[in-house]
Design a binder for this molecule. Structure first.
Ligand code: AMP
Length: 207
């Protein structure tokens, strides 16, 4: 089974993905995580992507599709796509790579997106996500899992968050209708707690 997580930035895709990977043994493919690694390494791809990311704009489709194709590496099953596809062109490109069996749409309004993302902190070392309002670390500034330093993503500042939401509405929200027409979409209210969201999605996956 290949699963796509769709929804605005801050809806909880990363948090849900981590639990689904643990429980169902799927291979997590987050294009945002891959791009951040490339930026940190200072690779050619990272240099190309950095400007788009800092502005909250989308990295060009052909770059993303090339990157996904490389990671999928001829396998056709068992992937959890997080933050991809983000445009109809990416969704069409994905279909040429492998089939999508289920799309979970985490639905969240703009004000809640801004509230959550402004409070998001990420571990520099292991990538674990925290939220100063709802899921604070035990020790301020330190990761509970690995002790790594927590930081605020440069694109989690309010003006960039608002731009990311606008980009989401214009370019990614049409994917909801696209996958609905194909009968693949399951809508989940992302204002529920992480546990409730996980339970609902796990139920769907277990059939
Ligand atoms: P994310 O961690 O998913 O919020 O992604 C962070 C940033 O990486 C986005 O704001 C985009 O600039 C870029 N990005 C991640 N995934 C994609 C994608 N599928 N298509 C285009 N740009 C992407």
């Amino acid at each position: 089974m290949n699963l796509v997580l769709l929804g605005p930035p801050g809806a909880g895709k990363g948090t849900l993905a981590a639990r689904l990977v643990e429980e169902f043994g799927l291979v997590h493919l987050s294009t945002g995580d891959i791009l951040r690694e490339e930026v940190a390494r200072g690779s050619k791809l990272g240099k190309l992507a950095e400007d788009y990311m800092d502005r909250g704009e989308l990295v060009p489709d052909e770059v993303i599709l090339g990157m996904v194709q490389e990671r999928v590496d001829g396998e056709t099953d068992g992937f959890l796509f997080d933050g991809f596809p983000r445009t109809i062109a990416q969704a069409e490109g994905l279909e040429r790579i492998l089939p999508v069996h289920l799309v979970v749409y985490l639905d969240l309004p703009e004000e809640e997106v801004v509230r959550r993302l402004s409070a998001r902190r990420v571990c520099k070392q292991c990538g674990a996500n925290y939220n100063l309002l709802t899921q604070p670390p035990g020790v301020p500034g330190k990761c509970d899992r690995c002790g790594g330093e927590l930081y605020q993503r440069p694109d989690d500042r309010e003006e960039v968050i608002r731009n990311r939401f606008r980009v989401y509405l214009e370019q990614s929200a049409p994917l909801v209708g696209y996958y609905e027409k194909k009968g693949l979409l399951r809508r989940v209210d992302a204002s529920l707690s992480p546990d409730e969201i996980f339970r609902k999605v796990a139920e769907v996956l277990r059939g």
